[in-house]
Design a protein around this ligand. Structure first.
Ligand SMILES: Nc1nc2c(ncn2[C@@H]2O[C@H](COP(=O)(O)OP(=O)(O)OP(=O)(O)O)[C@@H](O)[C@H]2O)c(=O)[nH]1
Length: 259
């Protein structure tokens, strides 16, 4: 059984801030958002979690291994260095979308994203265990994106193909399995999944190919943290490349014991 701990990260009162006292230069907002994402990626990543930029004003992090103190430190560090603050909601469930629902409730019940006096909410449930089966990460990749798109089409038309594949996959994984899929650049999509069978992954790949004509392969890893599971998924994806297969699983290597 999986135990996924997810954190919803929401910038407090960001909409009004972007237009006060008048609209701010767009590239300044883009710089702030991408630097904030980079800092959160470093903070969460150094504790073996993953964070996804989603809409930048709201981000989703896989935070198994990060406790309440880590979350408080994240808020403090951003408050000290940025003109904005963060609210954090945390949820745990076997099904990733259910964990996100709980995390979201924590923030939504405390007020609106655009309430001037709702700041730095921190609420929810933390998972204190750590088992190798806690997280399933699936790393999807478009087959030969370089040959089919990057080396043949202009960047915008390549982007349309990749985004269509992403839109089709993210909807299917959400609706069929409660899995959360995030575009991470290039032709890569990372899905945080409950336990799924090989045929369920194959159906997802077939669904995307029949709906939008984009061919995918997927490596699936499990582990006690997003990093461990995600790293195993990357190895499984390499196995797909070497074996010419479309779905491969790889468990995280066993921990080396001191005794
Ligand atoms: N975020 C992320 N991006 C990656 C990773 N590996 C490759 N990419 C991106 O994906 C792009 C395409 O690389 P590949 O997927 O290796 O190339 P491909 O042409 O699709 O070839 P095959 O995957 O072997 O079919 C690269 O330019 C990178 O932007 C990864 O592990 N993580």
């Amino acid at each position: 059984m999986t135990n996924t701990q997810l954190t919803l990260i929401q910038i407090d009162n960001y909409g009004p801030w972007t237009v006060t006292p008048e609209p701010r230069r767009e590239m300044d907002l883009q710089t702030l958002q991408s630097r904030l994402f980079a800092d959160l990626a470093q903070f969460v990543g150094s504790r073996d979690g993953y964070v996804f930029f989603t809409r930048f004003d709201n981000m989703v992090a896989v935070t198994n291994g990060l406790d309440r103190t880590d979350h408080e430190l994240m808020q403090e560090s951003i408050r000290n260095r940025y003109p904005v603050t963060l609210s954090l909601g945390v949820g745990v469930d076997e099904v990733p979308v259910e964990a996100l629902e709980r995390a979201t409730e924590e923030i939504q019940l405390a007020g609106s994203a655009q309430d001037g006096d709702r700041r730095e909410v921190l609420g929810g449930e933390f998972y204190t265990g750590s088992a190798t089966g806690d997280l399933n990460i699936a790393h999807f990749d478009v087959n030969d994106a370089t040959g089919k798109y990057t080396d043949r089409l202009n960047e915008f038309d390549s982007f349309i193909h990749i985004e269509q594949g992403y839109a089709s996959l993210m909807r299917h994984m959400r609706e069929a399995h409660g899995a959360l899929s995030f575009f991470v650049g290039g032709d890569n999509i990372i899905s945080v999944c409950p336990s799924l069978t090989e045929s369920e992954y194959r159906s997802a790949i077939e669904h995307v190919e029949s709906e939008v004509g984009v061919e995918l392969k997927v490596g699936v890893g499990t582990g006690e943290s997003a990093h461990v599971a995600g790293f195993a998924a990357k190895h499984a994806l390499e196995d797909c490349r070497h074996r010419g297969t479309d779905v491969e699983f790889e468990a995280a290597p066993a921990q080396v014991s001191d005794d």
